[in-house]
Design a protein around this ligand. Structure first.
Ligand code: AMP
Length: 597
């Protein structure tokens, strides 16, 4: 396993300070991602940079680490780094990352300020002081105007997900803020795409920026069947993994995670469940790594949980499945990972777990590999039980080949004494061997829906109750409780004579979706909501918009807690939800904002 044959980049080669290296060690990061390797040296040299990278590439650390290296030790804690982000979620996430990387820096604080949050909380935070401010443009602008955010000490500015800020109509605000910052500040601009207006901003405000694009090689892997499973959060990933390990016809499995810590945690969780599993990361001595791989080859181990670095060059024919528990940082890593299966002319299975925020990376991978990655559903209890029964029968067949003489005579004696039916006797023995654990899986009942309206989860003002609620008091629009599902609104309700069966029928036929994948349906007076599997492809979405029931088009739109109108207070919504051209959208265009890619 020639991990050492390839030059593995190291954080320690990037001239980062000891407190930062310690924080990276705490986080369990093994090596810098491609964008980190390429961007950090330029940013440390004080250059402006333009990075074409999306979420999931490790872009936050790519700018946060070099900027943290430039912090001044001021007597009074005041803003030195300003990050603009399109959404509150991203602002919070970036502030948390700064806090994580800066944890060993004395007196360090990062603060997120965003629309929808109470001003008092933010004013208190700003008064207390923070070296890093991460905010959404509208709110940052408000604080600058009120005088509560002083930009005099800012030496670095980051525009994160600039194309998203453009789409959400923030670009004028961004330019205004840029003009308020000191002229000699360093700027890093990140954008997954480079539309002309973003290019224009880069040309106007950045000084001879270094442009960094993570190139992708195109490699086709025709013997590998590629699928993805939408999952929303760690718990769902773990559940999906366990179900896959039972439902798929597996030989050996390689599971990829992001950090060294996770290799250990996940391997331990699987060992607890009875799997022959081991972690594989750069923390493990080379000799031990080789031993682990030999054990996988010989069948003493069936599962390895690995980081990209540790699995480099891994060549074990019996790997039937590669499971990307965490999505890779770039498409090249993906291609390398899945190439660990389908070796020596065999076929292989590659499964990718995709979080909502990672949809773009999924698209990038499909583009780079020029292969469609097909959507798969979470294996059902029925599929798992079929496998359990099959494996149980196989075990009986194997046991029948063994030496049964002793048990045979004991059981013959038992039968004579009690006259028990032999089949019943066999069932009792099976029960003994199973112990108290239930043999068959029962599909968990969907959790009871919470009465809270969607935005309440984010601590923001909830959107106005729909008028229909007045007439059907116990029904509220909520988000689905099953995280593998998304809730959609369709413009047909009681008043149009719709029944759940019509909705199931129309969607199942048009989207070619089995009806069991269609979840909860709620019918209101003028419209209805329906839960559909997470990650609906754009073409299916467009198709379903046009489908008609009782002559009415469904005009499907997604209800999503991260959708701008679910999160913003009405006042803010009007100002912040401008279109790129600066006009407030008509309500129809809100639906367009929410279209899946
Ligand atoms: P980002 O693209 O910045 O949203 O990062 C995606 C995820 O990767 C985050 O959960 C980070 O904590 C994680 N991450 C960033 N850099 C590394 C690294 N070098 N090794 C492992 N995980 C990382």
């Amino acid at each position: 396993m020639p991990a050492e044959n390839h030059a593995t980049p190291l954080f320690s080669d990037l001239q980062l300070s000891a407190p930062l290296l310690r924080a990276l060690e705490d986080a369990g990061y093994e090596s810098p991602t491609p964008i980190q390797c390429r961007m950090i040296p330029h940013m440390l040299a004080g250059r402006d940079v333009v990075g074409q990278a999306q979420t999931g590439t490790g872009k936050t650390a790519a700018f946060a680490l070099p900027l943290l290296m430039q912090l001044r030790q001021d007597k009074r804690v005041q803003p030195q780094i300003l990050v603009l982000a399109p959404t509150r979620e991203l602002a919070l996430q970036v502030a948390e990352s700064f806090q994580q990387y800066g944890r060993h820096i004395d007196n360090f604080r990062a603060l997120a300020i965003f629309g929808g949050q109470d001003y008092t909380v933010q004013l208190n935070g700003l008064k207390r002081g923070a070296q890093v401010i991460v905010g959404t443009p509208g709110r940052v602008m408000d604080h600058i105007r009120r005088g509560s955010l002083n930009l005099a000490g800012i030496h670095s500015l980051v525009l994160d997900e600039a194309d998203e800020m453009l789409k959400m109509g923030f670009i004028d605000d961004v330019e205004w803020i840029l003009e308020q910052t000191p002229a000699d500040r360093q700027i890093a601009l990140f954008s997954a795409t480079m539309p002309p207006s973003i290019r224009h901003i880069a040309q106007k405000h950045l000084s001879s920026p270094v442009e960094i694009t993570i190139e992708t090689k195109t490699v086709t892997a025709p013997t590998i069947n590629q699928r993805y499973l939408p999952v929303n959060g760690y718990g769902k990933k773990l559940e999906a993994l366990q179900r896959l390990l039972e439902a798929e016809a597996l030989d050996a499995v390689l599971i990829f995670v992001r950090t060294k810590l996770q290799t250990v945690e996940l391997a331990e969780a699987l060992i607890d469940k009875g799997y022959a599993c081991a972690p594989l990361s750069g923390d493990i001595q080379q000799a031990n790594r080789l031993r682990t791989i030999e054990q996988l080859k010989s069948g003493r181990l069936d599962i390895l949980v690995a980081t990209d670095v540790a699995a480099r060059g891994l060549d074990v024919e019996r790997i039937s499945h590669v499971i990307n528990f965490d999505i890779p940082f770039d498409t090249e890593a993906y291609i390398h990972r899945i190439g660990r299966t389908g070796r020596a002319g065999r076929s292989g299975e590659a499964i990718l777990f995709v979080h909502p925020r990672e949809q773009r990376m999924l698209g990038a991978i499909e583009k780079a590999t020029r292969q469609k990655i097909t959507l798969m559903a979470m294996p059902s209890a029925r599929a798992i039980n079929e496998q359990r029964i099959k494996k149980f029968k196989d075990r009986i067949t194997t046991a029948l080949d063994g030496d049964l003489a002793v048990f045979q005579s004991i059981l013959a004696e038992y039968q004579q004494e009690n006259g028990t039916d032999p089949l019943l006797l066999a069932a009792a023995l099976a029960r003994l061997s199973q112990g108290e654990r239930p043999f068959l899986m029962v599909e968990a009942e969907p959790r009871r829906e919470r009465a809270a309206r969607p935005a309440a989860r984010n601590g923001e003002k909830p959107p106005r109750r729909p008028r229909e609620e007045g007439r059907t008091p116990r029904k509220a629009i909520t988000l689905p409780t099953d995280e593998a599902m998304e809730r959609y609104r369709i413009e047909i309700g009681h008043r149009h004579g719709v029944k759940p069966g019509n909705i199931v029928g129309a969607i199942a036929n048009e989207a070619d979706l089995e009806s069991r994948h269609i979840g909860h349906i709620a019918i209101f007076d003028d419209f209805s909501t329906v839960d559909l599997p997470f990650g609906m492809p754009g073409d299916v979405f467009r198709l379903l918009q046009k489908v008609r029931i009782n002559e009415r088009p469904l005009r499907l739109s997604r209800l999503d807690s991260s959708a701008p109108e679910m999160k913003k207070s009405p006042r803010q919504g009007l100002r912040e939800r401008k279109t790129a051209g600066g006009k407030a959208p008509r309500s129809r265009s809100r639906n367009q904002d929410q279209q899946p890619a």
